[in-house]
Design a protein around this ligand. Structure first.
Ligand SMILES: Cc1ncc(COP(=O)(O)O)c(C=O)c1O
Length: 361
């Protein structure tokens, strides 16, 4: 079976975890600090704050910027539901701006159309590992004095004009088990602002700066040293993992681009895409339907997935909240996309099998 995702765990992760277990310091300790320092250096920000999920990172990032009731945050409807849910956690309202047809990322022009006096922040989601059009988004944010909270949960090491995703605004990352680098569950907030980093650390531990002195509302969003030890090993290998993903994506695009009705991923001119997912569109011109294609690939031992079959505003929970928007690009994408395996463990033979299986239909 060629799975859609496969974490790469080596002996170094296993010994690093064993060493933490033997050390007796298992919860947030020195390893977490080491991981934060290394991650901040990698992203190119002054600070990084480790937490226990990408969702926690997004929630804290919104809280530290004071976003709450009566506020609106503009984000993408075509993402994992955690992006918008984290906005709801604060009492603010997610406002969805439709995505661009090519990149699947939020369309800067459509962001501008959604700004109201209540808008406090923009949350661009760097979907599938491709950075959003940050030049245009930063310009809009500057003009309207809006905070940028980047959902970089799928974009570790992605770059826009040579600058890493997560370093434009307050960056949020996930280290969930299928991501480009993993800690099992885990997350990180990146920032150049010391005040933001300090407040994020407080919210991570029930709003305390000093032990048992609780100054603001916080949560238990702490990362363990076990997770941080895995994260340090994975971070050291991230460039290699990403290079392999990019190489695999290049191979697939070269071989699949001639097929009628199959549209390979579009990479923007200023973007370094790190292919968390390799996602193609299956249009009406393709020989068979998307579902039939997935079934045929599964019969040949090739896993695929649809990220995401429903845009967030069409989820029952969001419809129940009164969302009635019609966002045609996101809705079309949800009906057409399918992700193929692109992870670093794929062999040349695996890649050839994927191409052969698709060409076979
Ligand atoms: C775009 C996006 N945002 C947010 C999240 C939430 O991250 P986590 O699952 O670590 O809470 C994920 C991860 O699944 C994601 O892909």
């Amino acid at each position: 079976m060629i799975p859609i995702a496969k974490p790469v765990i080596g002996e170094d992760e296993i010994s690093a975890v064993t060493a933490v277990l033997r050390s007796g310091v298992i919860a947030q300790g020195r390893k977490v600090e080491e991981f934060e320092e290394a991650f901040a250096e990698f992203i190119g920000t002054k600070y990084a704050v480790a937490v226990n999920s990408g969702t926690a990172a997004l929630h804290i990032a919104l809280m530290v910027h004071g976003i709450g009731e009566e506020d609106e945050v503009i984000t993408s409807p075509f993402s994992f539901v955690a992006s918008a849910n984290s906005i709801l956690f604060t009492g603010a309202r997610p406002v969805f701006a439709d995505t661009d047809e090519d990149s699947f990322n939020i369309g800067p022009d459509r962001i501008a159309d959604k700004i109201t006096p209540r808008t406090k922040a923009i949350m661009p989601v760097h979907l599938y590992g491709q950075p959003c059009d940050m030049k245009k988004i930063m310009k809009i944010a500057d003009k309207h004095k809006l905070v940028i909270i980047e959902d970089a949960c799928q974009a570790h090491g992605a770059e826009y004009e040579g600058k890493k995703a997560g370093s434009f605004g307050t960056g949020c990352f996930s280290f969930y088990a299928t991501k480009n680098m993993i800690t099992g569950e885990g997350g990180m907030i990146t920032t150049n602002d010391e005040g933001i980093a300090q407040k994020a650390r407080m919210i991570r531990t029930h709003g305390q700066k000093e032990r048992y002195l609780n100054e603001i509302l916080g949560y238990n969003y702490r990362m363990t040293d076990i997770a941080a030890a895995i994260g340090l090993c994975q971070l050291a290998k991230l460039e290699d993992f990403n290079n392999k993903r990019v190489r695999n994506a290049k191979f697939l695009t070269e071989k699949l681009s001639e097929i009628k009705g199959l549209v390979p991923p579009h990479v923007g001119p200023n973007a370094k895409h790190v292919f968390h997912q390799y996602t193609v569109r299956i249009t009406g011109d393709f020989a068979i339907s998307r579902e039939e294609l997935r079934k045929k690939l599964l019969d040949r031992g090739i896993g695929t997935e649809i990220y995401y079959p429903r845009p967030i505003h069409r989820q029952p929970f969001y419809e129940g909240l009164g969302y009635k928007d019609r966002l045609p690009n996101s809705e079309k994408a949800a009906g057409e996309v399918v992700s193929l395996p692109v992870h670093p463990s794929l062999t040349k033979e695996d890649l050839e099998n994927i191409v052969r299986a698709i060409k076979g239909v």
